[in-house]
Design a protein around this ligand. Structure first.
Ligand code: CTP
Ligand code: MG
Length: 234
C-alpha cells in the first residue's frame, strides 16, 4: 500500500485573527503551510500530497509558484468545505481516481508546522501492519477540571487521556466510510478529528506518541512558540 498526505487548508484562521488565513502567514521566514509540505515532499514514504483549499483561495497559486521543487509532489484540490471534516471528505472524493482502497491517507492540519521527519516515520512505522490505523497524540500533563459555569464540578483523572494531534493515518476506504457514516448520522458536529469518525464505527485507532512541537497554531500567542520550535530549539 502507498501513503498519501491530505492537508486540509481551507480554514480562515478566525481565532488567530491575522490579516490573511493563518496557513499562509509567515513563521520564522516561511509561510506556515510550507513546513508540512516540505516534510511530506521530503519523505520517501509519501507518494504524493494533496492540499484542500477553498474555491475562493487567492494565495495558493502565488505560494506554489515560489516552490517549483514541489510541482510534481503536490496537487491542489480547490474544494474546501464549511468545516474541517467537510474539507477532508471533499478531498478524499477528489483524489479517488488516484488512490486504491487500501492505500494509506495521512490527514494533517496545515496549522501544525512542527511535524518533522522523525514523527512522520514513527507514525508510519507504528501502523504499517495495523488493521485500523491511528494518530499522533500526546499524553495530557495538566490537571483537568470539568466545570459547571465557573465552578469545579469534578477533577477528571488524566490517567489514560491523550491530546490528539495529526497526521491521522487510515486506509482510504475506511476513512471515507467513517466520514460518510458520521455525516449520515448527523454527527459531524460532534467530531473535530478524523479518528473520532473511525471510532464511531466501533474501531480503536492506535495512539502513537507525538511531540509538543507538533501543536496546532490556533491563537495569536501560539505564533511565538511555533517560531521558537521552528528555529530548531526543541
Ligand atoms: N480547515 C479546513 N476547512 C475548514 C476549516 C478548517 O480545511 N472549513 C483546516 C484549517 O485550514 C486547518 C485545520 O483544518 O489547517 C485545523 O483547523 P483550525 O485550526 O480550526 O483552523 P481554522 O479553521 O482556519 O481556524 P479557526 O477555527 O480559528 O477559524
Ligand atoms: Mg477551525
Amino acid at each position: 500500500a502507498r501513503h498519501f498526505a491530505l492537508i486540509p487548508a481551507a480554514g480562515v484562521g478566525a481565532r488567530l485573527g491575522g490579516a490573511i488565513p493563518k496557513q499562509y502567514m509567515p513563521l520564522a521566514g516561511k509561510p506556515m503551510l510550507q513546513y508540512a509540505l516540505d516534510t511530506f515532499a521530503g519523505n520517501a514514504a509519501i507518494a504524493h500530497t494533496f492540499i484542500v483549499v477553498s474555491a475562493a483561495d487567492g494565495y495558493i497559486g502565488d505560494f506554489l509558484a515560489t516552490q517549483p521543487q514541489l510541482a510534481d509532489k503536490v496537487t491542489v484540490v480547490r474544494h474546501g468545505g464549511e468545516t474541517r471534516q467537510e474539507s477532508v471528505r471533499n478531498g478524499l472524493l477528489a483524489i479517488r481516481a488516484h488512490i486504491a482502497d487500501n492505500d494509506w491517507v495521512l490527514v494533517h492540519d496545515a496549522a501544525r508546522p512542527g511535524l518533522n521527519d522523525a514523527l512522520l516515520d514513527r507514525l508510519i512505522a507504528a501502523l504499517h501492519d495495523d488493521d485500523v490505523g491511528g494518530l499522533l497524540a500526546l499524553p495530557i500533563v495538566d490537571t483537568l477540571k470539568r466545570s459547571n459555569a465557573s465552578r469545579v464540578l469534578e477533577t477528571v483523572p488524566r490517567n489514560g487521556l491523550w491530546a490528539a494531534q495529526t497526521p491521522q493515518m487510515f486506509r482510504y476506504a475506511l476513512l471515507q466510510r467513517a466520514l460518510d457514516a458520521a455525516q449520515l448520522q448527523g454527527r459531524v458536529g460532534d467530531i473535530t478529528d478524523d479518528a473520532s469518525a473511525v471510532e464511531m464505527l466501533g474501531l480503536q485507532p492506535k495512539l502513537v506518541e507525538g511531540s509538543p512541537r507538533n501543536f496546532k497554531v490556533t491563537l495569536a500567542h501560539d505564533v511565538a512558540l511555533a517560531e521558537l520550535f521552528l528555529q530548531g530549539q526543541e
